[in-house]
Write a new protein. Structure first.
Length: 119
């Protein structure tokens, strides 16, 4: 059985990395998320999560981050290797359940990033 952990190396942690992904990546939009995907030189996908203060207080922001990381952790073997993914939460995501996050971000796994537009 494969370990379902999210290693430190699988997370985007540096501001410089985020800026590079924003500059060179392809953007996709769903109702509650903006997804930026960029190629990397590694053999595994990496995840970055951004949640603005417009979402709510720290408790609400951290909950959304946990839900997104959990989705990535359980589905990371289905993502294309050697890509960086930044997910930006927008709108009223604070009331979303895990199933809602999975349903909305599951589009990532089935379509090409530049073609995602879900309303």
């Amino acid at each position: 059985m494969k370990k379902l952990t999210l290693k430190k190396s699988e997370r985007i942690r540096k501001r410089r990395s985020y800026l590079q992904i924003y500059q060179h990546g392809k953007r996709s939009f769903t109702k509650h998320f903006t997804i930026v995907v960029s190629e990397n030189d590694l053999d595994f996908p990496r995840l970055g999560v951004t949640v603005t203060k417009k979402i709510g207080n720290a408790v609400k922001r951290n909950r959304i981050k946990r839900l997104i990381r959990e989705f990535f952790r359980l589905n990371k073997d289905r993502f294309k290797a050697s890509q960086d993914i930044v997910i930006i939460a927008k709108g009223n995501t604070s009331s979303m359940k895990y199933a809602d996050v999975c349903r909305e971000l599951g589009v990532l796994l089935t379509k090409e990033p530049q073609n995602i537009t879900q309303e």
